[in-house]
Write a protein that binds this ligand. Structure first.
Ligand SMILES: Cc1cc2nc3c(=O)[nH]c(=O)nc-3n(C[C@H](O)[C@H](O)[C@H](O)COP(=O)(O)OP(=O)(O)OC[C@H]3O[C@@H](n4cnc5c(N)ncnc54)[C@H](O)[C@@H]3O)c2cc1C
Length: 264
């Protein structure tokens, strides 16, 4: 039997206030992960705070060289946004490649990033673009946000309100999806920025990771051929029924080259 108090939040401030002082509060965005987790009794929160009615958190805006996406923006709304496509088309590709239409219409960018599934797509984009995660309490650089499997820098009861993406010179995302879930067997996000190249891998191990040797090669020479002979270590990859560590490491190289070629 479920045993939690349900709250419907009317604003971000109201959601944060409703979480404050509770034993084990959980925010609910689209419920795509939270509800199965509750059903399997993997989480037993004291309070569930429903964010679904907070229109402000769904906003997407482009101001100068910063694209800001509200935490409650669905994958479908990101995929369909003209501002996203104009500023960072790689994010359109990320969003439209997640799951299936049902998941894309319910799942949110804030829920994906807070959940930090080690095979999820958005964490690769957030880290790859050097985005900033805004919460009700502070701003967290992507480099400091993703800690480990399903673990982030968020404190209990801390609410993501929006994510700010600096517009890169070039970017692309390439994913080799699991045919069943569409989660990444391996996904690689590449970005060319004024301060150098960023290359982020998802699906390989315990969460998103920057491929520093690839970044150095691409900072010197932004071309797919610059990655010839630059291997991603199999020791950084997990092996499972879907593929060995060596296979995943090989896929990283293939996806990285394709991503750089797609970015142009
Ligand atoms: C069948 C299926 C296929 C999928 N395929 C993919 C895929 O291919 N690629 C991919 O990347 N993902 C995939 N997903 C994940 C999906 O896209 C969602 O992003 C993810 O499940 C989170 O869902 P949600 O946004 O509804 O968040 P919820 O399930 O509501 O919440 C998830 C967690 O985040 C917390 N949370 C939610 N919002 C906030 C917030 N604003 N601030 C702080 N904490 C918050 C919740 O408390 C909870 O712990 C798939 C999911 C399913 C069910």
């Amino acid at each position: 039997m479920y045993d939690f108090a349900y709250h419907k939040a009317s604003s971000a401030a109201d959601a944060a206030a409703k979480a404050k002082g509770k034993a084990d509060p959980k925010f609910m965005a689209g419920g795509q992960t939270l509800i199965p987790t509750l059903k399997q009794r993997l989480a037993k929160p004291s309070d569930v705070i429903d964010l679904g009615g907070i229109a402000d958190l769904k906003a997407i805006s482009l101001a100068g060289s910063v694209l800001t996406i509200g935490a409650l923006a669905s994958h479908a709304s990101v995929a369909g946004s003209a501002d996203v496509k104009r500023a960072i088309a790689a994010l359109t590709v990320v969003a439209e490649g997640i799951g299936d239409p049902q998941v894309r219409n319910r799942g949110t960018i804030g829920g994906s990033v807070a959940n930090n599934d080690p095979a999820a797509d958005y964490p690769a984009a957030v880290l790859g673009l050097g985005a900033t995660i805004h919460t009700d309490q502070r701003q967290i650089a992507a480099d400091d946000f993703f800690v480990s499997v399903f673990e982030t820098a968020l404190k209990p009861g801390e609410l993501i309100t929006r994510i700010a993406f600096p517009v890169p010179q070039k970017a692309a995302y390439m994913k080799f999806p699991s045919p069943a879930s569409r989660y990444a067997m391996i996904g690689v996000f590449v970005a060319k920025t004024a301060s150098g190249a960023r290359v982020v891998v998802t699906g390989a191990g315990n969460g998103v990771v920057r491929a520093k040797t690839m970044e150095a090669a691409l900072t010197r020479n932004w071309s797919a051929s610059a990655l010839d002979g630059v291997a991603f270590p199999a020791s950084s990859c997990n092996g499972d029924i879907h593929g060995s560590a060596e296979y995943r490491a090989h896929l990283v190289g293939v996806m990285a080259k394709r991503a750089v070629a797609a970015a142009g």
